[in-house]
Design a protein around this ligand. Structure first.
Ligand code: ARG
Length: 277
Protein backbone atom coordinates (compact mmCIF):
# COMPACT_ATOMS: atom_id res chain seq x y z
CA UNK A 1 0.00 0.00 0.00
CA UNK A 2 2.73 2.45 1.04
CA UNK A 3 4.56 1.67 -2.20
CA UNK A 4 1.43 2.38 -4.23
CA UNK A 5 0.93 5.75 -2.51
CA UNK A 6 4.52 6.84 -3.10
CA UNK A 7 4.28 5.80 -6.77
CA UNK A 8 1.10 7.84 -7.02
CA UNK A 9 2.81 10.87 -5.46
CA UNK A 10 5.79 10.42 -7.77
CA UNK A 11 3.50 10.39 -10.85
CA UNK A 12 1.71 13.53 -9.63
CA UNK A 13 5.06 15.27 -9.09
CA UNK A 14 6.26 14.35 -12.58
CA UNK A 15 3.00 15.48 -14.20
CA UNK A 16 2.93 18.80 -12.36
CA UNK A 17 6.52 19.58 -13.27
CA UNK A 18 5.64 18.92 -16.94
CA UNK A 19 2.70 21.35 -16.73
CA UNK A 20 4.90 23.95 -15.04
CA UNK A 21 7.50 23.47 -17.77
CA UNK A 22 4.94 24.26 -20.47
CA UNK A 23 3.94 27.41 -18.63
CA UNK A 24 7.46 28.78 -18.59
CA UNK A 25 7.87 28.09 -22.27
CA UNK A 26 4.81 30.12 -23.13
CA UNK A 27 5.95 33.01 -20.99
CA UNK A 28 9.27 33.06 -22.81
CA UNK A 29 7.45 33.22 -26.14
CA UNK A 30 5.23 36.11 -25.21
CA UNK A 31 8.19 37.99 -23.80
CA UNK A 32 9.94 37.52 -27.09
CA UNK A 33 6.98 39.04 -28.95
CA UNK A 34 7.17 42.14 -26.84
CA UNK A 35 10.92 42.58 -27.22
CA UNK A 36 12.97 45.40 -28.85
CA UNK A 37 11.44 45.68 -32.32
CA UNK A 38 8.64 43.32 -31.30
CA UNK A 39 6.45 42.41 -34.25
CA UNK A 40 8.12 44.92 -36.56
CA UNK A 41 11.37 43.24 -37.54
CA UNK A 42 11.70 41.92 -41.07
CA UNK A 43 11.35 38.38 -39.76
CA UNK A 44 8.25 39.18 -37.71
CA UNK A 45 6.56 40.97 -40.63
CA UNK A 46 7.15 37.93 -42.84
CA UNK A 47 5.90 35.65 -40.08
CA UNK A 48 2.65 37.56 -39.55
CA UNK A 49 2.23 37.83 -43.35
CA UNK A 50 1.34 41.52 -43.40
CA UNK A 51 2.92 44.93 -43.44
CA UNK A 52 1.03 47.55 -41.44
CA UNK A 53 1.36 50.99 -43.04
CA UNK A 54 0.48 54.16 -41.16
CA UNK A 55 -0.43 57.21 -43.23
CA UNK A 56 -2.56 60.33 -43.11
CA UNK A 57 -4.65 60.13 -46.26
CA UNK A 58 -5.38 63.82 -46.61
CA UNK A 59 -2.38 64.64 -48.75
CA UNK A 60 -2.88 64.41 -52.52
CA UNK A 61 -0.98 63.24 -54.57
CA UNK A 62 0.94 61.38 -51.81
CA UNK A 63 -2.10 59.73 -50.17
CA UNK A 64 -5.77 60.55 -50.50
CA UNK A 65 -9.26 59.05 -50.54
CA UNK A 66 -10.99 58.36 -53.82
CA UNK A 67 -13.97 56.36 -55.04
CA UNK A 68 -13.02 53.20 -56.92
CA UNK A 69 -16.03 51.29 -58.30
CA UNK A 70 -18.32 53.02 -55.82
CA UNK A 71 -16.01 52.17 -52.90
CA UNK A 72 -13.90 54.57 -50.86
CA UNK A 73 -10.22 53.72 -51.25
CA UNK A 74 -6.89 55.20 -50.19
CA UNK A 75 -4.60 55.74 -53.18
CA UNK A 76 -1.56 57.84 -54.16
CA UNK A 77 2.18 57.91 -54.70
CA UNK A 78 3.05 56.70 -51.18
CA UNK A 79 0.47 53.92 -51.40
CA UNK A 80 2.05 52.60 -54.64
CA UNK A 81 5.41 52.56 -52.84
CA UNK A 82 3.88 50.66 -49.90
CA UNK A 83 2.21 48.12 -52.21
CA UNK A 84 5.51 47.51 -53.98
CA UNK A 85 7.33 47.00 -50.66
CA UNK A 86 4.67 44.55 -49.45
CA UNK A 87 4.96 42.64 -52.74
CA UNK A 88 8.74 42.51 -52.48
CA UNK A 89 8.46 41.17 -48.93
CA UNK A 90 5.79 38.70 -50.04
CA UNK A 91 3.18 39.95 -47.53
CA UNK A 92 -0.23 41.65 -47.54
CA UNK A 93 -0.52 45.41 -47.05
CA UNK A 94 -2.77 46.80 -44.32
CA UNK A 95 -3.35 50.57 -44.33
CA UNK A 96 -4.13 52.52 -41.17
CA UNK A 97 -5.38 56.05 -41.87
CA UNK A 98 -4.49 58.26 -38.89
CA UNK A 99 -3.90 61.86 -37.87
CA UNK A 100 -0.49 62.95 -39.10
CA UNK A 101 0.83 63.89 -35.65
CA UNK A 102 -0.03 60.43 -34.23
CA UNK A 103 1.99 58.47 -36.79
CA UNK A 104 5.38 58.34 -35.07
CA UNK A 105 3.67 57.29 -31.82
CA UNK A 106 2.13 54.37 -33.74
CA UNK A 107 5.62 53.25 -34.70
CA UNK A 108 7.00 53.34 -31.18
CA UNK A 109 4.12 51.33 -29.71
CA UNK A 110 4.61 48.73 -32.45
CA UNK A 111 1.11 49.23 -33.87
CA UNK A 112 2.59 50.31 -37.22
CA UNK A 113 5.45 48.68 -39.13
CA UNK A 114 6.19 51.64 -41.40
CA UNK A 115 4.97 55.20 -41.97
CA UNK A 116 4.80 56.61 -45.49
CA UNK A 117 3.12 60.00 -45.33
CA UNK A 118 5.21 62.51 -47.26
CA UNK A 119 7.20 62.90 -44.05
CA UNK A 120 10.45 64.86 -43.76
CA UNK A 121 13.07 63.28 -41.50
CA UNK A 122 13.83 66.39 -39.43
CA UNK A 123 16.29 66.15 -36.50
CA UNK A 124 13.51 66.05 -33.87
CA UNK A 125 11.83 63.11 -35.59
CA UNK A 126 15.12 61.31 -36.09
CA UNK A 127 15.41 61.05 -32.31
CA UNK A 128 12.12 59.15 -32.29
CA UNK A 129 12.30 57.00 -35.42
CA UNK A 130 14.53 55.47 -38.10
CA UNK A 131 14.26 56.95 -41.59
CA UNK A 132 15.10 55.49 -44.99
CA UNK A 133 16.82 57.40 -47.78
CA UNK A 134 14.89 60.31 -49.29
CA UNK A 135 12.45 59.21 -52.02
CA UNK A 136 11.01 62.57 -53.09
CA UNK A 137 11.95 66.26 -52.86
CA UNK A 138 9.62 69.24 -53.01
CA UNK A 139 9.54 72.92 -52.12
CA UNK A 140 6.72 74.72 -50.39
CA UNK A 141 4.00 76.82 -52.02
CA UNK A 142 1.36 79.23 -50.83
CA UNK A 143 -2.30 78.50 -51.54
CA UNK A 144 -4.86 81.35 -51.55
CA UNK A 145 -8.48 82.07 -52.33
CA UNK A 146 -8.55 83.59 -55.85
CA UNK A 147 -10.41 86.62 -54.50
CA UNK A 148 -7.48 87.43 -52.18
CA UNK A 149 -4.80 86.65 -54.74
CA UNK A 150 -3.81 90.29 -55.32
CA UNK A 151 -2.77 90.66 -51.68
CA UNK A 152 -0.07 87.98 -51.72
CA UNK A 153 2.69 88.15 -54.31
CA UNK A 154 5.86 87.48 -52.34
CA UNK A 155 6.85 85.69 -49.15
CA UNK A 156 6.96 88.92 -47.08
CA UNK A 157 3.28 89.47 -47.90
CA UNK A 158 2.54 86.59 -45.52
CA UNK A 159 3.69 88.67 -42.54
CA UNK A 160 0.82 89.30 -40.14
CA UNK A 161 -1.57 87.07 -42.11
CA UNK A 162 -3.58 84.10 -40.83
CA UNK A 163 -1.92 81.02 -42.25
CA UNK A 164 -3.39 77.52 -42.38
CA UNK A 165 -1.04 74.59 -41.82
CA UNK A 166 -1.44 70.96 -40.78
CA UNK A 167 -0.77 70.18 -37.09
CA UNK A 168 2.61 68.62 -36.36
CA UNK A 169 4.10 69.27 -39.80
CA UNK A 170 7.25 71.01 -40.96
CA UNK A 171 4.98 73.62 -42.59
CA UNK A 172 3.58 74.45 -39.15
CA UNK A 173 7.09 74.90 -37.81
CA UNK A 174 8.05 77.02 -40.82
CA UNK A 175 5.04 79.33 -40.45
CA UNK A 176 5.67 79.75 -36.72
CA UNK A 177 9.38 80.47 -36.98
CA UNK A 178 9.92 82.12 -40.36
CA UNK A 179 6.88 84.36 -40.91
CA UNK A 180 6.72 87.59 -38.94
CA UNK A 181 3.65 88.10 -36.76
CA UNK A 182 1.92 85.16 -38.38
CA UNK A 183 -1.43 84.11 -36.98
CA UNK A 184 -0.80 80.38 -37.48
CA UNK A 185 -3.96 78.26 -37.65
CA UNK A 186 -3.01 74.63 -37.07
CA UNK A 187 -5.65 72.31 -38.50
CA UNK A 188 -5.83 68.55 -38.39
CA UNK A 189 -6.17 67.78 -42.11
CA UNK A 190 -5.33 69.42 -45.44
CA UNK A 191 -8.94 69.28 -46.77
CA UNK A 192 -9.83 71.27 -43.60
CA UNK A 193 -7.26 73.87 -44.63
CA UNK A 194 -8.75 74.06 -48.15
CA UNK A 195 -12.24 74.46 -46.68
CA UNK A 196 -11.08 77.28 -44.38
CA UNK A 197 -9.53 79.04 -47.37
CA UNK A 198 -12.66 78.66 -49.47
CA UNK A 199 -14.78 80.19 -46.72
CA UNK A 200 -12.07 82.82 -46.09
CA UNK A 201 -11.57 81.91 -42.44
CA UNK A 202 -7.84 82.09 -43.17
CA UNK A 203 -5.83 84.29 -45.57
CA UNK A 204 -3.56 81.64 -47.05
CA UNK A 205 -2.03 78.22 -46.49
CA UNK A 206 1.48 76.81 -46.74
CA UNK A 207 1.72 73.33 -48.29
CA UNK A 208 4.22 71.19 -50.12
CA UNK A 209 4.14 72.37 -53.77
CA UNK A 210 2.50 69.30 -55.41
CA UNK A 211 -0.11 69.19 -52.62
CA UNK A 212 -0.97 72.88 -53.07
CA UNK A 213 -1.23 72.34 -56.85
CA UNK A 214 -3.55 69.42 -56.31
CA UNK A 215 -5.92 71.40 -54.06
CA UNK A 216 -5.85 74.31 -56.54
CA UNK A 217 -6.83 72.11 -59.45
CA UNK A 218 -9.62 70.37 -57.59
CA UNK A 219 -11.07 73.62 -56.13
CA UNK A 220 -12.13 76.33 -58.58
CA UNK A 221 -11.81 79.13 -56.06
CA UNK A 222 -8.28 78.31 -54.90
CA UNK A 223 -4.95 79.03 -56.57
CA UNK A 224 -1.23 78.71 -55.95
CA UNK A 225 0.65 82.01 -55.66
CA UNK A 226 3.03 82.13 -58.59
CA UNK A 227 6.57 83.12 -57.89
CA UNK A 228 6.48 82.17 -54.19
CA UNK A 229 8.59 79.05 -54.08
CA UNK A 230 9.85 78.43 -50.57
CA UNK A 231 12.83 76.21 -49.91
CA UNK A 232 11.47 73.83 -47.28
CA UNK A 233 14.90 73.61 -45.67
CA UNK A 234 14.60 69.84 -45.75
CA UNK A 235 16.18 67.32 -48.05
CA UNK A 236 12.88 65.67 -48.93
CA UNK A 237 10.58 62.94 -47.67
CA UNK A 238 11.39 59.42 -46.44
CA UNK A 239 9.80 56.33 -44.92
CA UNK A 240 9.77 56.19 -41.11
CA UNK A 241 10.29 53.01 -39.08
CA UNK A 242 10.55 52.11 -35.42
CA UNK A 243 13.74 53.45 -33.84
CA UNK A 244 16.43 50.76 -33.99
CA UNK A 245 14.73 48.67 -36.68
CA UNK A 246 17.93 48.82 -38.75
CA UNK A 247 17.61 45.57 -40.68
CA UNK A 248 14.26 46.61 -42.16
CA UNK A 249 15.62 50.11 -42.87
CA UNK A 250 18.43 48.62 -44.96
CA UNK A 251 15.97 46.34 -46.77
CA UNK A 252 13.63 49.25 -47.55
CA UNK A 253 16.52 51.31 -48.92
CA UNK A 254 17.31 48.45 -51.29
CA UNK A 255 13.69 48.23 -52.40
CA UNK A 256 13.44 52.02 -52.89
CA UNK A 257 16.64 52.07 -54.96
CA UNK A 258 15.37 49.22 -57.09
CA UNK A 259 12.01 50.95 -57.71
CA UNK A 260 13.85 54.14 -58.65
CA UNK A 261 16.18 52.30 -61.06
CA UNK A 262 13.20 50.70 -62.78
CA UNK A 263 11.68 54.17 -63.30
CA UNK A 264 8.72 53.21 -61.12
CA UNK A 265 9.01 56.14 -58.71
CA UNK A 266 8.57 58.72 -61.49
CA UNK A 267 5.77 56.72 -63.06
CA UNK A 268 3.85 56.37 -59.77
CA UNK A 269 4.23 60.05 -58.96
CA UNK A 270 3.00 61.21 -62.37
CA UNK A 271 0.02 58.83 -62.24
CA UNK A 272 -0.96 59.84 -58.71
CA UNK A 273 -0.57 63.51 -59.57
CA UNK A 274 -2.87 63.18 -62.60
CA UNK A 275 -5.43 61.27 -60.58
CA UNK A 276 -5.47 63.78 -57.70
CA UNK A 277 -6.21 66.81 -59.91
N1 ARG B 1 6.12 67.04 -45.24
C1 ARG B 1 5.44 67.55 -44.09
C2 ARG B 1 6.03 66.96 -42.83
O1 ARG B 1 6.78 66.02 -42.88
C3 ARG B 1 3.95 67.33 -44.14
C4 ARG B 1 3.51 65.93 -44.36
C5 ARG B 1 2.02 65.77 -44.19
N2 ARG B 1 1.62 64.48 -44.61
C6 ARG B 1 0.34 64.02 -44.67
N3 ARG B 1 0.14 62.83 -45.09
N4 ARG B 1 -0.64 64.79 -44.27
O2 ARG B 1 5.77 67.42 -41.76
Amino acid sequence: MKKKISLFIAIILILSSLVAGCGTKEEVNSEKNGSEVGGNSLEEIKKKGKLVLGTSADYPPFEFHTMVDGKDEIVGFDIEIAKYIADELGVELEIKDMEFDKLLGGLSTGMLDIVIAGMNPDPEREKEANFTDIYYEANLSVLVNKEDASQINKLEDLNGKSIGVQIGTTQEKFAKTEIKDADVKSLSTNPDIAMNLKTKKIDCAIMEAPVAESFASSNDNLMVVEGVNIDSGSEGVAIALKKGNDELTVKLNEILAEAKDKGLMDKWFIEADKHSN
